[in-house]
Design a protein around this ligand. Structure first.
Ligand code: 48F
Length: 255
């Protein structure tokens, strides 16, 4: 028999289990765009406990909209293996340039991350970090609705050995960390700031800039270019996915 109380109990008990299992983990990720989702999948594949917190109701970040809401993304040769790894269909448009459906891409990145064992929490924002002598030790989180409604509600915390800022253009976690710790591992110690569109440069720089920006805090995806002062790239997504894979590899080496 269908019983509303049993439905409610099933939801609460299972949701509580997921969040309780995330209180002390290997890796916490802020942001569920392509970089964060790819990182989550490869980290989970590598045996890490990983939870991802996404502010919006839907993960996928800037990928849904393809280019100017035409729902297609472009991926270059270097990242074709990642499309294959996630089972994303594509056509070869020109030699070394592939086109995929942006909706399918988000759906499959998400599904594969969850299948691998990553936990994804939507509608939760990372609003602060925890800091100890060893560096960043986790996230301070709250319901996004609390911020949207401007409610005065204290947050909760997630402890993690490593954290990833995958919040895209605003690079929110690095901004918070910069304010609290003084200097980041950037040339000036500050957030260097994103430069204008230059896809060719940006696609390789986003992988190069994927690194530890403060003790135990890594930056991936567009956030990496915003922190280290590199250009944006528009609707080519190979660099985002390669960055997610690289940050997973860097952290797995240390775990
Ligand atoms: O912006 P986003 O897709 O970042 P990304 O993975 O990929 C960038 C591309 O989409 C595109 C691009 C490619 O040419 O430049 O912009 O680097 O995803 C970032 C996600 O982080 C969420 C935000 O809602 C988005 O879904 N986010 C941002 N700040 C927070 C957050 C926060 N403080 N807490 C939780 N989620």
């Amino acid at each position: 028999m269908i019983d509303e109380t049993k439905i409610t109990r099933a939801i609460l008990e299972n949701a509580f289990k997921d969040i309780l299992d995330s209180l002390d983990i290997d890796v916490a990720i802020a942001g569920g765009g392509p970089a964060g989702l790819v990182a989550a999948r490869y980290l989970a594949d590598g045996g890490a406990s990983v939870s991802l917190f996404e502010r919006k109701l839907s993960v996928g970040g800037g990928m849904w909209g393809g280019g100017m809401m035409f729902p297609k993304i472009v991926v270059q040769e270097a990242a074709k293996g990642i499309l294959d790894d996630f089972g994303i269909n594509y056509i070869e448009d020109k030699e070394g340039q592939y086109v995929a459906n942006s909706l399918e891409s988000v759906a499959k990145l998400t599904a594969k991350a969850i299948d691998a064992g990553a936990k994804i929490f939507n509608a939760i924002s990372v609003e602060d970090v925890m800091i100890r002598e060893s560096g960043i030790t986790g996230f301070v989180i709250n319901w996004s609705a609390v911020g949207a409604a401007n409610l005065h509600v204290d947050p909760l915390t997630i402890a993690s050995k490593f954290s990833i800022d995958a919040t895209g253009h605003p690079t929110e976690v690095c901004h918070i960390a910069r304010k609290k710790v003084g200097k980041l591992n950037t040339p000036s110690g500050e957030i260097e700031g994103e430069l204008s569109m230059w896809a060719e440069k940006s696609e390789s720089l986003v992988v190069e800039n994927t690194k530890e920006v403060y003790s135990n805090l890594y930056v991936a995806g567009m956030a990496a270019n915003a922190v280290f002062g590199a250009p944006r790239m528009g609707p080519i997504f190979g660099g985002m996915m390669l960055s997610g894979k690289k940050v997973a590899e860097l952290i797995l080496e240390r775990l």
